[in-house]
Design a protein around this ligand. Structure first.
Ligand code: NAD
Ligand code: ZN
Length: 346
């Protein structure tokens, strides 16, 4: 399912030869067009016709208008049900391309070739596709697995540092929720660069894949992947709405700090563990200013979270470093307390 590509992309070429696709569509954004597509095309061996579909880069593009444009282009180009979409990019491309593929003609096949750290370790794995609606993230989407995920870590060489750091947040999360040794290894990294990170990508991918295999439809253990994301998504949405967008991983890092403190307030983890987690996340991530966000605004978003059932805010909270609970209902006082705690870190 997940394959680490060697330098001549032979596994990808074998896959394309074995399957009988009618045509290939390669979805890129402007950056992956420039930096990653030449590497892909330089190594891809196929007799099939292919078309490049390019969208502008950025989360703002992950919406129904872009999906509609792509459905129309596929229709105009007579993509049939045996067409293949190759999503070459970060999480925006894999979410968007997966969504378009899973809905076009009730579903055509797609593969993910993630090019950001975040999409390698997280977004490309697990079969969640989707787009944003209004200022709500991933409100419309499907659960559809890609045919394959091909990972080529050298794509990270051109990735800007901030993007690399954004993906690192998901790696830290994987360690915190499922594998203390992974967390311990990651916090030993002093300089966040591709050389330091590449050796740990496989472990992070395996954690995500393992959790997803146990619970594809997010009925139980998959919910642990939402650690840091309940408050993180609210912060991400409010920053975007205010015109100061932050990267997903930056918001998740802030969310993990809030939710680590929340776990302490709920007596799930010790103060020492909470402190250790918070200090280490702070080592890598700048403080996000949430002073302008009112608690009511944050609560309105928390209440709209897809994980909630019966209008109750459900959290995935750590029970120790390396283990995580889910469907945990916190007191409003403690949620407010964790937000105040974060504001005081400024
Ligand atoms: P992204 O796709 O916007 O990529 C980040 C930036 O890096 C973009 O500007 C892109 O053009 C550029 N880029 C990508 N690869 C590059 C490369 N190799 N060299 C240079 N530039 C490159 O963002 P992302 O952080 O990868 O993903 C974030 C998205 O993923 C969010 O929409 C989030 O909701 C989604 N996500 C989905 C899941 C899931 O399970 N489906 C999980 C986590 C996140
Ligand atoms: Zn995430």
């Amino acid at each position: 399912m997940i394959t680490l590509l060697n330098d001549n992309f032979s596994q990808l070429n074998n896959f394309l030869h074995e399957k009988s696709f009618s045509k290939i569509f390669i979805l890129v954004d402007e950056n992956t067009h420039e930096y990653c597509l030449p590497i892909l095309l330089g190594n891809m061996e196929t007799d099939l016709a292919f078309e490049i579909l390019e969208i502008e880069a950025g989360e703002e593009m992950k919406n129904i208008q872009t999906a509609n444009q792509l459905w129309e282009i596929l229709t105009e180009m007579k993509a049939d049900r045996k067409a293949l979409i190759i999503n070459l990019g970060g999480g925006v491309i894999t979410d968007m391309g997966g969504f378009v593929a899973s809905t076009y003609k009730r579903g055509i096949q797609f593969i993910n070739i993630p090019t950001t750290l975040l999409s390698m370790c997280d977004a490309s794995i697990g079969g969640k596709t989707g787009i944003d609606l209004m200022h709500y993230k991933n409100m419309v989407g499907t659960f559809t697995f890609p045919e394959q995920i091909f990972v080529y870590p050298k794509f990270l060489d051109t990735l800007p540092f901030k993007e690399l750091r954004s993906g690192f947040a998901e790696m830290l999360k994987h360690g915190l929720i499922a594998d203390k040794a992974h967390w311990d290894n990651l916090i030993r990294i002093h300089t966040l660069d591709t050389e330091a990170l590449i050796p740990h990508i496989q472990t992070s991918m395996d954690i995500k894949q393992d959790v997803v295999e146990k619970d594809f439809h997010e009925k139980n253990i998959r919910k642990t992947l939402n650690f840091g994301h309940t408050i993180g998504h609210a912060i991400e949405s409010l920053c975007l709405e205010q015109g100061n967008p932050v990267l997903h991983g930056e918001a998740v890092a802030a969310g993990m700090i809030c939710e680590a403190h929340l776990a302490y307030l709920e007596n799930l983890i010790s103060e020492e563990d909470a402190q250790l987690i918070i200090e280490n996340i702070q080592r890598y991530y700048p403080y996000l200013d949430i002073t302008d966000f009112k608690d009511e605004e944050i609560f309105a978003l928390l209440l709209n979270d897809k994980k909630n059932i019966d209008s109750k805010i459900n959290f995935s909270l750590l029970s120790e470093i390396g283990a995580c609970t889910y469907d945990y209902e916190c007191s409003q006082k403690n949620i407010t307390g964790s937000l105040s705690f974060y504001r005081r870190l400024n």
